[in-house]
Design a protein around this ligand. Sequence first.
Ligand code: 16G
Length: 248
Amino acid sequence: MPAFAELIGSLDPQARGPLYQQLQQQIRVAIQNRVLAPDEALPPERDMAEEFAVSRITVRKALDGLVAEGLLLRRQGAGTFVASRVEKSFSKLSSFSEDMISRGRTPRSEWLQRTEAAVTPEESMVLGLSPGSTVYRFHRIRFADDLPMALEYSTLAGYALPSLQAVGSSLYEALEAAGNRPTRALQRLRAVLFTPEQAALLRVHPGDAGLLIERRGFLKDGRPVEFTQSYYRGDAYDFVAELNALTS
Ligand code: 16G
């Protein structure tokens, strides 16, 4: 295996700008060009410091920035790895938690809002509920390990859950326990640019690209149960769909 500095190129002490930025840029380019592959481990910080003839503080600063950008991940006790994009199938009605667990990532959420309220006119149209019905609203930042992946704004028909507290870490787990997990869904997808507020929550830059996916989930008997707007980081997800030829 070639030395890391050989792989990504050594630093130029004559170049302008701080060394940590140079190192950062070289790692960034190596990730973009797949010289460093998804899930690949980086050498320990002290080895990198030695190889590039810089201090460990410089290495740490360079890596910290790339971790914050979502290009690298730190796993407790295991080291620093190149983050992989998550490939999500468009034909499976899976939950965020299931998607992450099946890829060896640990799902986690931070609550932005969790409320029980009377349905708004818009929600009543989308969920087919009569005015005055109860809905539950769950607004979350969704993380894979420590990386924010998506903002999710879900509205659930009140009949589908026993209470607001029934939802722990997974919405679909709670719906399944209540016998109300959707069995069919309609989705639409559109490109968005993140607002400053969204960007701050997802640790990206305002104006960065994202994907808005709206899902309307239905029960077996046809009743709509879920309406969710998910704003996924454009740099974290690949959506994959299998297409069949038209049959005449
Ligand atoms: C996914 C679904 C979302 C659902 C959530 C439940 C898409 C585009 N959206 O993010 O509609 O509410 O999973 O996840 O896939 P949970 O069970 O982990 O809370």
